[in-house]
Design a protein around this ligand. Structure first.
Ligand SMILES: *Cc1c(COP(=O)(O)O)cnc(C)c1O
Length: 337
């Protein structure tokens, strides 16, 4: 396996820090660490930045002039794609799916959407449940008809090329742990469009690190999520020449913490956001990291990580918090009353 064989644009702030969560760890009775992929640096950063280094590498190689992608209205992936496009002087056309149904002005215009606009992306909204791959194809056809050269990035940047970013993260994390003499027993991450989880699984398998990854689902049921992650981990390992290294047992997801649905906030998540902020000043988001941490906390309190050193992958998303100002403000004001 040799990542340098793949075209890559370099703009992420790497390596990201690996830090101990001293206060939250004591609270949960776990030796808890955080891998700060919320600090990848691209217009707020987050996990999509690592994927975009390899996707942009391919787009620039192909001579593309426009990036096309899709996501939910408050997509962090769309924001980071719009930022990468700006960095390379490319146009950016995005399709936002009204997946949560929220019409709140914070949700539809603030947070990531405000940043998408600031970064110059052309935005088209479609109703929840639309066929997003068909929308991507239609937008790409329109661009080609105008004489442009689109490069289509799947939702979340989750194909094998994008997942190389998390192979790189696995290598980086293992190197940091080795340098610090830190034995990692488990990695916990949010898992959605699967590229992050799949890239980690493939990367850890290829370096032979034997560190299990637990993905906490944010949308799909467990069976669907594990199948998606496993398929993409195999494709990623195949791209690197070693599909046989990834086995089905390496893919483990727990999808019991989604709550009412993708992108829907609840009181438990708000409690988690408060706890993380008020212990280690860790700013989580309501859609991904808040739910992943909700799972981590519940499992820790149930004794599932007893005696373990656990690394929580902070995949970013704090910019999306401002899309949930109404819900958050209500909870924070209620507390003072
Ligand atoms: C997209 C995203 C995830 C999920 O990563 P996938 O690779 O889509 O599974 C997790 N956290 C944040 C903040 C994200 O934006």
């Amino acid at each position: 396996m040799h990542l340098a064989r793949f075209p890559r644009a370099r703009f992420a702030h790497l390596p990201t820090p690996l830090e101990r969560l001293t206060r939250l760890g004591v609270e949960l009775k776990v030796d808890l660490w955080v891998k700060r992929d919320d600090c990848t640096g691209l217009a707020g950063g987050g996990n999509k930045t690592r994927k975009l280094e390899f996707l942009l590498g391919e787009a620039l190689d192909q001579g593309a002039d426009t990036l096309v992608t899709q996501g939910a209205v408050q997509s962090n992936h769309v924001r980071q794609t719009a930022a990468a496009a700006a960095r390379y002087g490319l146009a950016c056309e995005v399709i936002l799916e009204e997946r949560t149904g929220s019409k709140a002005v914070d949700y539809t215009a603030s947070g990531n959407v405000l940043l998408d606009r600031l970064l110059g992306a052309a935005i088209r909204n479609v109703p929840g449940g639309a066929d997003m791959n068909a929308e991507l194809a239609r937008t790409a056809d329109d661009i080609r008809a105008r004489g442009g050269k689109p490069y289509v990035i799947l939702g979340g940047g989750s194909n094998a090329v994008g997942a190389l970013g998390y192979v790189d993260c696995a290598i980086e994390l293992v190197a940091q742990a080795n340098a610090q003499g830190l034995v990692i027993d488990r990695i916990v991450t949010a898992t959605g469009s699967a590229g992050t989880h799949a890239g980690l699984v493939a990367g850890l398998a290829l370096v032979g690190a034997d560190i299990p990854v637990l993905g906490i689902g944010v949308r799909a049921d467990r069976e669907t999520q594990e199948a998606n992650v496993h398929k993409l981990a195999m494709e990623t390992a195949a791209l690197l020449g070693h599909p046989e290294r990834v086995t089905r047992e390496m893919t483990v997801a727990d999808c019991d913490y989604v709550g009412a649905g993708y992108g829907l906030i609840d009181d438990e998540v708000i409690e988690v956001l408060k706890l993380a902020a008020r212990t280690d000043a860790l700013i989580l988001d309501p859609v991904y990291t808040g739910k992943a941490m909700k799972g981590l906390i519940a499992l820790a309190r149930a004794g599932r990580f007893e005696g373990e050193t656990v690394v929580f992958l902070h995949t970013g998303g704090a910019q999306g918090l401002f899309g949930y100002q109404g819900e958050m403000q209500g909870a924070l004001e209620g507390e003072l009353a």
